[in-house]
Write a protein that binds this ligand. Structure first.
Ligand SMILES: [Zn+2]
Length: 445
């Protein structure tokens, strides 16, 4: 054996214990609970940026651009008899009961009304964020109300309505859910027209595109930081690639009369979607897309599969558009995370932490953290379900669940020898705050 060979062998022998220590194990060690207990309070201290939420009062029609369909089925945890909601009311308002029976719920309603009187203007919702340690929360809403502080609630507006400018009778009649949704899209389009002083849809397609771009620019000036699509509720998310001439011909034919066939309408919408995505790049307005199961029993999972969007996300023409996959494709997260391989694609984990209990959400988060930890962002998807179960309680449940699941996922990664504790805290800051904030070039904090 040469001297050199000896040295190599020696080297190997000396470094073996180190290598063994760095080798990840398939099971956590007995230190798992201790690490979790150590991490959780540190994670609770990180001021969060909530990347997807619908803050507002239950009687405010502008909380969303659509509404819940009648009699929709709810998964176990999102039903209003979830006992965790009493825990939320206790933590936020000192609620003295363990259930939300109508009689007890009156106490909560009175307490909230009293606080709203004390904390006038924007102070009430600011105080809710303070209690949950959320620094800022996206307000994905039809319009912004004067009771939300624009500095802490940056606006994400809806862009779907531009895709439904024609006669929508067939679209509306498809099923009872569309009967609720499509008329609200028509209403939204009319509100954008009012905002831009457009009394009727332009006769020429060029002018229609100009009206859309103007609306986007105006919304950006009014504080809008991104545009959101919930198109999966209204049609399949498979987008073909028609030419402008095709869309122009259809616009000219149907803008003032007649009803396009389903195929014609889809072709027109496919062009419009791609136009809006491109404008998102030009105007530095990231594009948020709902990618998950949706409310309503007619929501079609297979036609809204997140992977349908792959042809758009991996298209180099849209490299300057930032995409945020809202709800991370749930329940198809395992595929979804690989879309974040694209430099301009991010996943928002909101709703996953409400639809699942922390023990299940923790597994999702761990898988994300082990794949593209710098491409995932925290969100609650809070929503004012009713007067008792408000945005306040869903903010709390979403934030608490996410922080617990995050601490658990990172504790496992540490205990299994994947990362150090210092690295785990860096990843926690990135997920809860830094990664999302960086997408908006200084417009949010
Ligand atoms: Zn949402």
């Amino acid at each position: 054996m040469s001297v050199r060979g000896c040295v190599s062998v020696l080297c190997l022998v000396l470094t073996l214990p180190l290598l063994a220590a760095a080798q990840a194990r398939p099971f956590p060690g007995p230190d798992l609970q201790q690490i979790y207990q150590r991490l959780l309070p540190q994670i609770e201290k990180i001021p969060a940026f909530d990347h997807h939420a619908h803050p507002g009062y239950a009687d405010d029609p502008d909380v969303d651009a659509m509404a819940a369909p009648p009699n929709a089925s709810e998964a176990l945890r999102t039903r209003d008899d979830n006992p965790e909601l009493a825990a939320a009311a206790k933590a936020l308002f000192g609620y003295p009961y363990n259930d939300l029976s109508p009689e007890h719920a009156k106490w909560l309603l009175n307490k909230k009304n009293e606080l709203k009187r004390q904390l006038a203007g924007t102070a009430y919702f600011d105080s809710i964020l303070d209690k949950i340690n959320i620094e800022s929360s996206v307000a994905n809403r039809a319009m912004m109300p004067d009771y939300l502080d624009a500095k802490r609630f940056p606006w994400v507006f809806f862009a779907d309505a531009f895709m439904w400018p024609f006669n929508n009778e067939r679209e509306t009649a498809r099923n009872p859910d569309e009967g609720v949704y499509i008329p609200l899209q028509e209403k939204m389009l009319h509100r954008w027209m009012q905002q831009e002083n457009v009394s009727k849809l332009p006769a020429s397609f060029a002018d229609y595109l100009k009206f859309i771009s103007q609306t986007l620019e105006e919304n950006s000036k009014r504080g809008g930081i991104a545009m959101k699509f919930e198109v999966a509720y209204f049609r399949p998310t498979t987008f073909s690639d028609p030419t402008r001439a095709q869309a122009e011909e259809l616009y000219g034919r149907y803008v003032s009369s007649g009803t396009p066939t389903e195929n014609e309408y889809r072709t027109f919408q496919d062009f419009m979607f791609r136009y809006l995505v491109q404008e998102g790049g030009r105007l530095h307005l990231p594009v948020h897309i709902h990618t998950a199961v949706g409310i309503g029993d007619y929501f079609n999972l297979s036609s809204s599969n997140i992977m349908n969007l792959e042809s758009v996300l991996r298209d180099p023409r849209y490299a300057s558009t930032t995409f945020v996959m809202i709800h991370a494709g749930y329940p198809l997260e395992r595929e979804a995370i690989w879309l974040a391989a694209m430099k301009n694609v991010y996943l928002d984990t909101s709703f996953g932490e409400l639809a699942q209990y922390p023990s299940a959400f923790e597994e999702t988060l761990k898988m994300f953290l082990e794949t593209f930890p710098d491409k995932i962002t925290f969100g609650t998807d809070c929503f004012p379900y009713n007067q008792v179960l408000g945005a306040e309680e869903s903010y709390w449940l979403g934030a608490q669940s996410s922080r617990m699941a995050l601490a658990a996922a990172l504790a496992e990664m540490i205990s299994e020898g994947e990362i150090s504790e210092a690295r785990a805290l860096e990843l926690a800051h990135a997920y809860l705050h830094d990664t999302a904030v960086k997408l908006y070039g200084g417009r949010v904090h």
